[in-house]
Ligand binder design. Structure first.
Ligand code: AMP
Ligand code: GLY
Length: 439
């Protein structure tokens, strides 16, 4: 068996202040920088918020050659890769060839997110609980399967589609249309040449993040995202409109079951198959009647989940990320703080279909209420002004002693910020709030 090692570590971490390159441009990357504050940080490419915590360099997050050259020229001690794109393109493998320590999985290990067909087959091989499924590489066979099933199903494009490649089809016609768009019209290009068609799972979702070193995993507090654009889960799916942690649906029993039935067999299986997993394994769970099943794997931190994971982690983020990158978490400890964190995504007009860009953001100079935070995503600086440059513009949240405290402060901070056409959900965390009230 050949086990590819991900990085040939240098002798050891340099003590003191490190020079760290963070790859990406979202609220996740801004939150990562806050988690690593005290160190010297470069961003590729970053946003208007990250520019205040370090130096933005205009290298795109998918420009692998440019990123390797940047990390080398700047003699970075650690590269932290935010989004999945560069991971599936093999950025971490390329950095390892230059002996640059990087947080994130190799290209082979990133297939857990990059190919849903690989992921589902992997789960089947290792008897990890997930929705029953079938794989198709030919549209007529997929359509025949859907017609014969005659019940609601989920149609998923195999490859990365920026969150748009999943259709929960309530009718056979919707499923047939999804197959037509993905496989015949090739709306997502090669990403739709293979399809996963699976059972619809009932239940409540949770985001379960585990930082891994190839053999061990350290679980962070379970979080919950809000995927639909409008309150009460109406409207189309988005990258995420808000998050909170801890997610009460992940009871201690479910936590233990996920570690035993999902995380441990995944780490063992990936190592056995020659692609040991380092970086963060973000398990998208569906939980129903006390049983958790895997909806998806991501191989990076969730966004907006990261904005609530950062304030809830009780430990040293650099040791955690570096321990994972070097393949040894045995000396790293970290727990979860008491209290709760909650964050609200402020989006531009027209998001997610066609976000308006170029509006001036007002109110960022107001003093933040205690416990509140603001992370930038789709922003750019124009002189002294901050201008919208993407669909999800800011993630504004708070850490507090309880959900109600975190929620009140988060929405107070949101109320101070404005731009033309801004919208956000008013119901972030409402499930957890209801539970907290009934306790
Ligand atoms: P994925 O990218 O696979 O997580 O899918 C995106 C979203 O589609 C998930 O967060 C769920 O809300 C929904 N979804 C995916 N697969 C299923 C399933 N088998 N049953 C119910 N909902 C699903
Ligand atoms: N918020 C979900 C994700 O990052 O995929």
């Amino acid at each position: 068996m050949s086990v590819t090692t991900q990085s040939r570590p240098r002798p050891g971490p340099r003590p003191g202040r490190q020079r760290i390159l963070i790859v990406g441009a979202g609220a996740r990357e801004h939150a990562l920088a806050r988690a690593l504050s005290g160190h010297e940080i470069l961003f590729a490419p970053g946003n208007a918020g990250t520019a205040l915590l370090g130096r933005n360099v205009t290298v795109d997050a998918t420009d692998i050659d440019g990123l390797v050259a940047l990390a080398e020229d700047e003699r970075c001690d650690l590269v932290v890769v935010g989004p999945e794109g560069p991971l599936t393109l093999g950025l971490v493998d390329r950095l390892a060839e230059r002996s640059i320590v990087a947080f994130g999985p190799t290209r082979a290990a990133a297939r857990l997110e990059g190919s849903k067909a690989f992921m589902k087959d992997f789960l089947r091989r290792h008897a990890i609980p997930t929705a029953a499924f079938a794989l198709f590489t030919e549209p007529n066979a997929a359509k025949a399967y859907v017609r014969a099933a005659g019940r609601p199903l989920v149609v998923k494009a195999d490859g990365l589609c920026a969150g748009k490649g999943v259709v929960v089809a309530n009718t056979t016609d919707e499923a047939l249309e999804a197959i037509e768009r993905m496989m015949v019209a090739r709306e997502f290009g090669a990403a739709g040449d293979t399809l996963v068609i699976e059972e619809i799972l009932p239940g409540e979702e949770a985001s379960f993040h585990v930082v891994c070193d190839g053999t061990r995993g350290l679980a962070l507090v379970a979080a919950q995202d809000h995927k639909r654009v409008f309150a009460f889960d109406r409207g189309p799916n988005t990258g995420g409109m808000g998050a909170y942690a801890p997610a009460p649906v992940v009871t201690p029993q479910i936590h233990d079951a996920v570690m035993r039935e999902v995380v441990e067999p995944t780490l063992r299986g990936m190592a056995l198959e020659g692609a040991p997993f380092r970086g963060v394994l973000f398990v998208g769970l569906m939980i129903d009647e006390g049983k958790a099943r895997v909806l998806e794997f991501n191989v990076r931190f969730g966004d907006p989940e990261m904005t609530v994971l950062v304030p809830m982690f009780d430990g040293d983020w650099l040791s955690l990320l570096e321990g994972s990158a070097r393949g040894d978490l045995s000396q790293v400890s970290g727990g979860t703080k008491s209290g709760a964190a909650l964050s609200v995504v402020m989006a531009s007009e027209g998001y997610p279909a066609s976000p308006a860009l170029g509006d001036r953001v007002e109110g960022l100079d107001r003093e933040l209420p205690a416990g509140a935070f603001i992370y930038h995503a789709g922003t750019r600086a124009r002189g002294e002004e901050v201008i919208t440059s993407g669909g999800r513009v800011l993630t504004v949240g708070a850490y507090g002693a309880s959900f109600v405290a975190a929620r009140n402060v988060a929405y107070e901070a949101v109320s101070h910020i404005h731009w033309r056409g801004e919208h956000h959900r008013e119901d972030i965390g409402s499930r957890a709030l209801l539970r907290e009230r009934s306790m």
